[in-house]
Design a binder for this molecule. Sequence first.
Ligand SMILES: Cc1cc2nc3c(=O)[nH]c(=O)nc-3n(C[C@H](O)[C@H](O)[C@H](O)COP(=O)(O)OP(=O)(O)OC[C@H]3O[C@@H](n4cnc5c(N)ncnc54)[C@H](O)[C@@H]3O)c2cc1C
Length: 518
Amino acid sequence: MKTNSCDYIVVGSGIAGLYIALLAVKSGSVLVLTKGSIDDCNTRYAQGGIAVAMGRDDSPDLHFKDTVAAGAGLCDAEAVRILTNEAADCIADLIRFGVPFDTLDGEITLTREAAHSVPRIMHAGGDATGEHIELALSRQVRSTSIRVLEHCLASEILVQDGRVTGVRALDGHTGSVEEYSCRFLILATGGVGKLFRYTTNSDVVTGDGIALAFEAGAEITDVEFFQFHPTVLRLPGVAPFLISEAVRGEGGVLRNAEGRRFMADYAAEAELATRDVVARSIVYEMKKTGSDRVFLDVTHLSPRLVTTRFPHIYRFCLDHGVDITRGPIPVAPAAHYLMGGVRVNSWGETNITGLFAAGETACAEVHGANRLASNSLLESIVFGKRVVQRTEMTVSPDRGQPRASDCVHSLPEREPLGSAPALNLLGLQSLMWDKVGIVRCGEGLEEAARILATWQKTLPEPSDRLSYELNNLVLCGRLVTEAALLRKESRGAHFRTDFPQASSEWERHNVFRKDAAD
Ligand SMILES: Cc1cc2nc3c(=O)[nH]c(=O)nc-3n(C[C@H](O)[C@H](O)[C@H](O)COP(=O)(O)OP(=O)(O)OC[C@H]3O[C@@H](n4cnc5c(N)ncnc54)[C@H](O)[C@@H]3O)c2cc1C
């Protein structure tokens, strides 16, 4: 086993990991570990853009209000203030790092997305924002002394006397496990979208950071809140492809399989209602019409607007036989974004000294029960910057315990089922989609919880990337399902038919910790 040592180890090379690495390299030596190639991540698929209050009729205060309204009572107000107040400063960093945001007559162009009161979404290459961000950041990283190890999967967090000492990682080329030591370990491993059968997420997004952090003794919170994107291309034999929120923002309308526009039946904001409302409404319409899809229609918009504003979507659909300027786009919801994750304070710190989390894998409670579109790229940089600032401080700020009202749990022991279905990735994803998906009920959650617990007991020791990922997915599946079972209400993205209303009693967070005594 070789030993390597540096000041910062960043796990993950999406927006959070690369941005943090670029800021941290001014303060010490930096190693980035990433399990695929550098640009294998969700970031590069982001289309819509990144929210920032810089328009004439906008303000950080209005952005704050919209974010908190979408979060359905569970946003941390201080964290949202930080998000909206520090946004412009971090966007300036992205511009400095070379992200070519779209402009018109020398001014950055802003678009509007669902549940934002005003246009405030910056974009690049029309609908290729994430690709441009990933390209610019990785190019910058390569021009510095930052060391990047690709095809290197972090498999265990090393902790001694309550302090992080490093990480173990599987070298994808040699199959050997190596140890890396550091002063600060930053998890930027993204969410857990691969947990569900239909997903917009990249194959690398398997909840590794959450699973590793939980095993190391960190706290995991709000994982019952999983956002399903309402409009993902649904064509036989074609992998799910996101049709950005911005398409509805520009005037796209939803019609059911019979051609009827339906969103006004469910919400006053119609197509611009929050994602959870639109996703559930689509599920109901699909059920009503007996179809596995609805249609997003932009044929009433000018073809020039459609092809210049959404060149990527236009081209992808055309390549698969749908000219969106002439006919409606078949869509259905798919798993998209995890609001919860590794619990951090407003400096990205976990409850383990020296262990930080940022980006989608972290939960600073900015999104509450439902993320506002285009706030996640922003969260990654705002809180990513604070991680680096925190490591440069000499005095420790308050680490922030769970509030007295929050419920801290360990994962419950469950009696293994005598006969559980055989475990494989598709079986796991189908179980999560069917029982822990957009519309949940206690009975289905209970069934899923028992199957997942049985699977967890039978998992073999992982030895390669796929088996590590499957182990991590099963653990994350258990955390999501147990959290959904505990929350006996409906709020934001978490909807239960047996508890269809929000309850004031549940204006609190579920926290899981391995050694919690409950
Ligand atoms: C299709 C799509 C469109 C989106 N559009 C938008 C948008 O318009 N605006 C917006 O704000 N958000 C959008 N999002 C969400 C946003 O893209 C993500 O939340 C954000 O990119 C997450 O960045 P990240 O750096 O945290 O993680 P990611 O970009 O997912 O990167 C995670 C990294 O961690 C690495 N990794 C994971 N596990 C390990 C391990 N064990 N060892 C080593 N490396 C590991 C991965 O290989 C990867 O490099 C979209 C998401 C998707 C899927």
